[in-house]
Design a protein around this ligand. Structure first.
Ligand code: S3P
Length: 444
């Protein structure tokens, strides 16, 4: 069956990318800004919020549970929170669209409030596993009935007071960590998450910033014990959201592979738990220079100057995966232009993202003429040594924004156009992706 509403778009060999672009707000930080502000008592203000569909789904859900959330004309968001413990019963199902982060974090919030909420989502989200949050939240006392396989639609019946838990993460997931910590906000006593492999730490930084009592103890082997004390009182904040490194990634790789390119990407968040791609691309020979390093909203940020470069294949250690987990699709594209072989392993988590990113990337890359070998937990890619790719195929994006943007970037250095069957999913995380690309192609 073909989707009548799909918007296909082709991307062809590009002129050199030139000029300067600012990257929109970080998706992870934007979700958390809305959620925590909605639980504070008083008015918080947020600037630089990512206005993509995923974050707007979080805003709608927090409104449905009692918070007042408004956007002023100058783009500032004002949020009046209900206080921890004050979430109201939503009247209708919470529509999470494509957003796994909204779903899993909000399930955590609902789990320790005396309310019931039903979560629904699109076809991609409805195929993703929620058992990873159902398990700990169930142990805390929430009653969760899910569709077969622990999937959406599902209903969370919260419990207040719920039971504090010490939970060791069975997989490296910031969403699971955050769901448990957010549930802990409204549970008397200490809730602990034990994290053997560090994942993005925005929840920890922001919970502290809002005034929660949270401490982190790190064992000799690097295992983190993150403890939050409930019932917390959150104080309203003024937040400036830094630019999203996961969005910057597409233009960084585009500039590296399109001959003659020389761009500056401003406002790129470089929290060490997120900055893995930049390091790996530099190790591959990418000319990426950090300028004007500074702090925005408690997060390290810099402007990046990126120039077309000859890349070399690399072996990426599984331990490096969490700090670039969302960047593998576009890293695979960079690898397709490198001299020699790039090998990745330990990427099982990529199979349960917005699509099975290992399978979808392997199939798509093969369709545009790249040698890509899929294993159970990674891809091995033999690069072109900098030559353009053959291109000339239509790629199924599978409702996965990052797949769509990765193949768009590949098209910019391919002999024949690369067509994305539906470009609409890009708006979940990067609504002005096409506009910024246009800008770099016109050197505005
Ligand atoms: C996110 C965590 C990651 C990431 C996602 C955003 C977050 O997911 O892939 O895009 O904001 O906590 P996992 O927790 O499933 O690794």
């Amino acid at each position: 069956m073909t989707d009548q509403t799909a918007t296909p778009r082709s991307f062809s060999a590009s002129v050199p990318l030139k000029g300067r672009i600012a990257i929109p707000g970080d998706k992870s930080i934007s979700h958390r800004s809305l959620m925590l502000a909605a639980l504070a008592v008083g008015e918080s203000r947020v600037t630089g919020l990512l206005e993509g569909h995923d974050v707007l789904a979080t805003a709608a859900a927090m409104r449905a549970m009692g918070a007042s959330i408004e956007r002023s004309e100058d783009g500032e968001w004002r949020i009046h929170g209900v206080g921890v413990g004050g979430l109201l019963q939503p009247r209708e199902a919470l529509d999470m669209g494509n957003s796994g982060t909204s779903t899993r974090l909000l399930m955590g919030l609902v789990a320790s409030h005396p309310i019931t909420a039903t979560f629904v989502g699109d076809a991609s989200l409805s195929g993703r596993p929620m058992g990873r949050v159902i398990d700990p939240l169930g142990q805390m006392g929430a009653d969760i009935s899910a569709s077969p396989g622990g999937r959406l639609p599902l209903m969370v019946r919260g419990l207040a007071p719920a039971v504090p838990l010490s939970y060791r993460l069975p997989m490296a997931s910031a969403q699971v960590k955050s769901a448990v910590l957010l549930a802990g906000l409204n549970i008397p006593g200490i809730t602990e998450v034990i994290e053997p492999v560090p994942t993005r730490d925005h929840s920890e930084r922001m919970l502290r910033g809002f005034g929660a009592e949270l401490d982190v103890e790190i064992d000799a082997d690097g295992t983190r014990h993150i403890r939050i004390r409930g019932e917390a009182e959150l104080k309203p904040q003024t937040i400036v959201v830094p630019g999203d490194p996961s969005s910057a990634a597409f233009f960084i790789v585009a500039a590296l592979i399109v001959p003659g390119s020389d761009i500056i990407v401003t406002n790129v968040g470089l929290n060490p738990t997120r900055a893995g791609l930049v390091t790996v691309l530099q190790q591959m020979g990418g000319d990426i220079e950090l300028r004007n390093a500074r702090d925005v909203g408690g997060e390290p940020v810099a402007d990046l100057r990126v120039r077309h470069s000859a890349l070399r294949g690399i072996e990426i250690a599984p331990a490096d995966a969490p700090s670039m987990i969302d960047e593998f699709p576009v890293l695979f594209v960079a690898a397709a232009f490198a001299e020699g072989r790039t090998v990745t392993t330990g990427l099982d988590e990529l199979r349960v993202k917005e699509s099975d990113r290992l399978a979808v990337m392997a199939t798509g890359l093969a369709a545009i003429g790249v040698q890509a070998e899929e294993s159970a937990d990674g891809l091995a890619i033999d690069g072109s040594g900098g030559d353009p790719l053959p291109g000339g195929a239509t790629i199924a994006g599978h409702l996965d924004h990052r797949i769509c943007m990765s193949f768009a970037v590949a098209g910019l250095a391919s002999r024949a156009p690369v067509t994305i069957d539906d470009i609409a999913p890009v708006a979940t995380s990067f609504p002005n992706f096409e506009t910024l690309l246009d800008q770099l192609q016109k050197d505005l």
